[in-house]
Design a protein around this ligand. Sequence first.
Ligand SMILES: [Zn+2]
Length: 412
Amino acid sequence: MPDEIPIPAAAQTSDHFSVQAATDAYLAEIPANSRAKSDAYFEGGYWLVLWDFLYGAVIYLLLLYFRWSAKMRDLAERMTRFKPLQTLIYWVEFLIVTTILGAPLAIYEGFTRERQYGLATQTFGPWVNDQFKGLLVSLVLGGLVMVVLFGIVRRLPRTWWIWGAIASMVFLAFFAMFAPVFVFPIFNKYTVLDDPRITKPILSLAHANGIPADKVYEVDASRQTTRMSANVSGFGSTMRITLNDNLLSRATPEEIQAVMGHEMGHYVLHHVSKDLLYFSVVILIFFALLRWSLEKSLALWGERWGIHGIGDPAVLPLVLLLGSIFAFVYTPFANTHVRTNEYEADMYGLNASRQPDGFARAAIHLGEYRKMSPGPIEEWIFFDHPSGRNRIMAAMRWKSENLSLFAPKPGQ
Ligand SMILES: [Zn+2]
């Protein structure tokens, strides 16, 4: 771990400290070729939002138009008379077919492109292994969701959209609560961090901010990626702060403290529970739109596609097609919601950690996979975190208002 944080000349404490000059000095430390690379990577991601949407839409339309979905439903009906089991069998067929059809784009996006940009650490075998685990998780958890939701639709044909939305919210809250304990450990190893040099300042920072934590978790993210990150996950009693091993191995203590201050902001500001509340409203609106658009589409094409009604599992590709249209249109709003939380956590983190230079360094490290200086509209549409430039600017603004904290002490 580097021992002392390097601060560019223009960002050092002085009586002529300028926020703009300090920000520019940090930005100037990024070599032009790394900046070009992370810009290209991130801008490619804009197009992937579109390609993912179109590619998915084509798959769903194929399943509907050629009646593959209806045939999968027929097969499930031949295998059992028990409705919930039919739904589950249909779900398994659907997952297998869409995984195969979706593989080319999934491999390019999740593996080839990540390797090209030097962000992946896995070879193809272990990557496929992780995908397989993800498929099994979708099979079990998705299967449960499918059986419950289709059960609701069949029993409550008029009010299913309200009960379906409520059930989805409950699933979301349960997932948020139990994923850190039961799902995430399937993919990575989580351990309690026990290096007092790192944990002591973090736990002290936590206690000072009213967080009753006595441990910090470490995750071996380097199994999959070179990205540095940390997060707050869980809900209620499973809530925890986790640092990834890339952050631990490459960041200075000041940087780690700045990042931890940010994560504690998420915790103290209750972002997880507020998000659950916020997305509950989004889900309800989504279900209302879904009901309306499903009824319209089924009246037009239901018979041609061999779908017997909203309670028929064969309707799933249509549900996901309509859902992906909403999600695509909703992308900038979802990003802006998350980015606003992130900015709040940034402000909280600066105040809590008092490490503006650590924060600026962290922003540069995160700039390895995010564009540093987007335009304002670009940031509004595509960024789920404030851009690196804005984060460094915020840190230097904080520093300029708190210069006395960094003044050399007498006798030094
Ligand atoms: Zn955050």
